[in-house]
Design a protein around this ligand. Structure first.
Ligand code: F0G
Length: 353
């Protein structure tokens, strides 16, 4: 079971994992921090993308899951349970499989991207589809973990945030200091809270001279932190962040206030346009929810709210391959089937002229 390059191996002294504790790892973390040249030019800023889709199960959830599942094993758990819009369940399923634990996952029926559902199925999770949204699933999950011997691995479990804060460490370690601005999507609001913990911890230990302003973007149809109240029927094409009552809302509010940041909302059209731009101009294919940080940044620039010359890190939370159906909607693959002849292909591609 030994894995030498995961984030617990690298940041163990900053995580709630003792020297003798078991480590369940798939080598998560250490994801690419890529300079976004097109966005940097366009926004007159220095923009970096933290590519969290490069984690073992394709999303940032693995950072929290390696810690939460390792702790569950240390505590003698036999089963873990989570509610999910898809990525948490994919990650929980993989890490539980590795640890030999049962993974029980509650999903809002019909609202999970196919790739994520496939992950839970193939890793052998026990899947329950619930007639309700993510918020309903999370409420049931909390009750199950209170009444039965099953360990809750949603981000209301503090071990999850501990693991996820390591992304902030990696960014400071790579750039030499914290950026001016950190931008990311917000759903259940765990990740923005985790980044803020990480940045503060590094600043307190003088590994960074400052902390960034935290900008969190929600989908316009599911933006309770912008509205200031829960949304009963959240809706967005970005199913990962289709959440109306974020469990870590209070922590996230504190992160935004303390850091001098802001919440914002982006429309589905803006999200899909940002997803396209990231893929076609930066070479980074992300799932829709993951593009909402870039969508928010573009909207802020258009509104004249972005000072030039700032150093900005945007977290792209999940891999584009998770949700192929949305990515392909309205796109046409080359309609004509050609003979297998170079001349015919060259002509269609305009190479011959
Ligand atoms: N981006 C992606 C791809 C996500 O899957 C999620 C959350 C978020 C952003 C938002 O992060 O909840 O920490 O604010 N997905 C959870 C899940 C809810 O069940 O996979 P957050």
């Amino acid at each position: 079971r030994a894995t030498t390059n995961g984030l617990i191996a690298r940041y163990r002294d900053r995580l709630p994992i003792g020297d003798e504790d078991p480590v369940i790892s798939l080598g998560e973390g250490g994801t690419p921090l890529v300079r976004a040249d097109h966005l940097s030019d366009r926004l007159a800023c220095e923009v970096w993308i933290k590519v969290e889709g490069a984690n073992p199960t394709g999303s940032f959830k693995d950072r929290g899951m390696t810690v939460a599942i390792s702790r569950a094993v240390a505590d003698g758990a036999n089963a873990v349970v989570c509610a999910s819009t898809g990525n948490t369940s994919a990650s929980a399923a993989a890490y539980a499989a590795r640890a030999g634990l049962r993974a029980l996952v509650l999903l809002p029926a019909g609202r999970i991207a196919t790739g994520k559902l496939a992950q839970a199925v193939v890793h052998g999770a026990e899947i329950v589809q619930v007639d309700g949204n993510f918020d309903d699933c999370l409420e049931v999950t909390r009750k199950l973990s209170e009444a039965y011997p099953v360990a809750l691995v949603n981000s209301v479990n503090p071990d999850r945030l501990e693991g996820q804060k390591t992304a902030a460490f990696e960014i400071v370690d790579a750039l030499g200091d914290a950026p001016d601005l950190h931008v990311l999507p917000v759903g259940n609001a765990g990740n923005i809270s985790a980044y803020w913990m990480g940045y503060r911890e590094y600043a307190a230990d003088e590994r960074a001279t400052r902390t960034p302003a935290m900008w969190g973007f929600q989908a316009a149809g599911a933006a309770p932190l912008v509205a200031g109240h829960p949304i009963l029927e959240p809706d967005t094409v970005a199913t990962a962040i289709r959440i109306g009552n974020p469990a870590s809302g209070e922590l996230a509010r504190r992160a935004v206030t303390e850091s001098g940041g802001r919440f914002g909302a982006v429309t589905d059209e803006e999200i899909l346009a940002a997803q396209s731009l990231l893929a076609s101009r930066e070479g980074i294919f992300v799932e829709p929810a993951s593009a909402s940080g870039v969508a928010g940044l573009l909207a802020a620039y258009a509104a004249g709210e972005l000072r030039p010359g700032r150093r900005i890190v945007v977290t792209c939370t999940g891999n584009g391959l998770k949700d192929i159906d949305t990515a392909m909607r309205g796109r046409e693959v080359a309609p004509d089937i050609l003979p297998a002849e170079a001349a015919a292909v060259a002509e269609v591609l305009g190479l011959a002229s």
